[in-house]
Write a protein that binds this ligand. Sequence first.
Ligand SMILES: [Zn+2]
Length: 395
Amino acid sequence: MYSLRCIECGKKVDESSYTCECGGLLEVIFDLNAVEVDFRLDGKDMHVWKYRALLPVSIEPITLKEGGTPLYKAKKLSEVVKAEVYIKHEGLNPSGSFKDRGMTVGITKALELNKKAVACASTGNTSASMAMYAAKAGIDAYVLLPAGKVALGKVAQALMHGAKVIGIKGNFDDALRIVREVCEIADIYLLNSVNPFRLEGQKTIAYEIADELGVPDRVVVPVGNAGNISAIYKGFHELYKLEMIDRIPKMVGIQAEGAAPIYKAFLQKKNNIEPVENPETIATAIRIGNPVSAKKALRAIYDSKGLAEVVSDAEIIEAQKFLAAKEGIGVEPASAASVAGLIKLAKNGMIERGEKVVCVTTGNLLKDPETVLKVCGSPVVVGASVEEVLKLVRR
Ligand SMILES: [Zn+2]
């Protein structure tokens, strides 16, 4: 029903590989003529495994009821950018980020392949999600993090769910390079987004958007390691090939200024990136200089006639505050990059009046409490009396 193919040379590769001999990334290709699609895009009962017919596993899934996240119509944001804007809030998945969609598939695949342990390098959300699903599956989990550079909520999750958490004195890119080698040597299943099965779970974001809303004109996604934008594009592309939708939205990738190799490649119309040596941004989840899925992401952007844009840390924080205070949607900084990007594009006249846009917000506000305290300050403290409190109340 499906096979694993190299995106560079097209060679078929067996399921236990992460990359092709030629070094190319792999992707799962479904024989869409042979797939029996048993779900309808009717907006009902949405969750990752509703779309099982298009997910590449053969055993009962390890699931924590991921997916089915809310799609909010963002009224105030729509007024600001003069478009019809929706927020797909992935921060409301079980571990608080979109990673759960990929992890339910990835961990299930690990069991299918009889692996006893899983590992990942992470800026935080992947580790939290992997630890949670490994706990559910009853297998060991190893997490490599850039020491001191991961938001507190995410480290707390990985620790409490029982993963072995290892801080690396280096950045995410270092951690990824090391974990890839360790997995090879120690026969551990690698669950970074280089793992093509994880992206299969993440493509269900596209299925759910199409399921609930139909096809928007544009989907805006924060881009770090670049797996998610690739996965979402793949999801729309499959529905299009299956003739379940009649067009594919423009894919828009937003990066942080200090970690923007894909944006730079896009400007130069290149198909691959030059890595950024020391990526830096307040949005730690997308603080990545050498994104693994860069080629897939650029392909998604070009094929869908989309684009890439960058935003500053200040723009990210402003968008995070706007979403929280004006729309009631609490997201972590990296998530707000999509909204900051949309606002910037609208200012620059890049968004058509009234077009239908979905911004994906990837992680929950609670993931990164330290940044909140930095940008909002601490609560005001007063004496325990009605008078003291009344001084602070607008009357
Ligand atoms: Zn190849």
